[in-house]
Unconditional design. Structure first.
Length: 313
């Protein structure tokens, strides 16, 4: 079982290959089971309706992984609530919590890097910030089985969903902007950024504490999403990571290369230690590799080298 002295999103986890970037298929169950055997703390899935490459639906993938594993926590990094009817999303999440009690980590955010999926969902992307804020207000009430009537970006008249979980999952709010920090301070148990330097994370964490105090809330924790290619020669690792970013995101690797974790386990562990010093409690490491299963053992080695989470140290 996870260590109760650390936050549920603490430690080191791996992103599951629900996006078929290289046309090799999506070995989601194999990677999740290998991650659990290796002692990783959590397994994560991204979320898109349509994307540059074929992608599996996030909550369905998490349900399958829940049935194929027993211990590892299951997270979304990140789920975009704005693309879905909020009542149905609450039902999906409550079902996941019922099937894998205490294992769900709900990472949420605006999305927005691929506008065609908003058109595919019939959602005006200009309303996405409002829809996300309303979803974060409504989801805990709906998942708790409360009767909810609401008129806004979402129109809800729900007599109460059942069964309701005994406890709601931790909410991690993604994004790098001031608006994202405000949203995390208001709603989140943790902030879940990606593509940031340790210095930027430290500044964001300090700002997050200020904003949370304005709401009378404790400062949320921090978990970081980062791409990793560990245990390879640096030139080969860079080429593989660049290929994945180009295929998966349709953009040049040079735009995000500074934040990619490339090289030996020892080199990457040093970089993770700098993030830990900046206040990061947990890491979601996404394999930038054509064979993601090969990254499980190096990521587990990073967990060993990194040692206890910041909160438990």
């Amino acid at each position: 079982m996870p260590d109760p002295s650390t936050p549920p999103y603490g430690g080191v986890g791996i992103a599951l290959p629900t996006i078929d970037a290289f046309g090799h298929g999506t070995p989601v169950i194999e990677v999740a089971q290998a991650a659990e055997r290796a002692g990783l703390d959590h397994a994560w899935v991204p979320d898109h309706l349509v994307f540059h490459r074929p992608v599996l639906e996030a909550t369905t993938a998490l349900a399958v992984v829940a049935g194929a594993t027993a211990r590892i926590r299951l997270g979304s990094a990140i789920l975009n609530p704005t693309l879905r009817p909020v009542t149905w999303l609450a039902k999906h999440l409550a079902t996941l919590e019922a099937l894998a009690p205490g294992r769900l980590l709900l990472g949420v955010g605006l999305g927005g890097e691929y506008e065609p999926e908003f058109r595919a969902a019939g959602v005006d992307p200009r309303t996405r910030a409002r829809r996300l804020d309303e979803a974060l207000e409504l989801l805990p009430r709906l998942m708790a089985g409360e009767a909810v009537r609401h008129a806004g970006a979402y129109e809800v008249d729900c007599p109460g969903l059942a069964p309701a979980p005994d406890a709601l999952p931790p909410v991690l709010v993604g994004g790098r902007s001031e608006a994202a920090l405000r949203r995390a301070a208001r709603f989140g148990d943790a902030w879940l950024p990606m593509w940031m330097d340790p210095e930027q994370v430290a500044a964001g964490r300090a700002r997050l504490a200020e904003l949370a105090a304005e709401h009378g809330r404790p400062a949320p924790g921090v978990a970081l999403v980062a791409f990793v290619n560990a245990g390879e020669q640096r030139l080969r690792a860079r080429a593989e990571a660049a290929d994945l970013i180009r295929r998966q995101y349709g953009m040049p690797f040079e735009r995000v290369e500074r934040w990619a974790l490339l090289g030996s386990v020892e080199e990457i562990a040093e970089r993770l230690a700098a993030y830990r010093e900046a206040g990061v409690d947990g890491f979601c490491l996404s394999p930038a590799h054509p064979r993601p299963l090969t990254q499980v053992e190096p990521v587990a080695a990073l967990r060993t080298q990194l040692g206890p989470t910041r909160a438990a140290a």
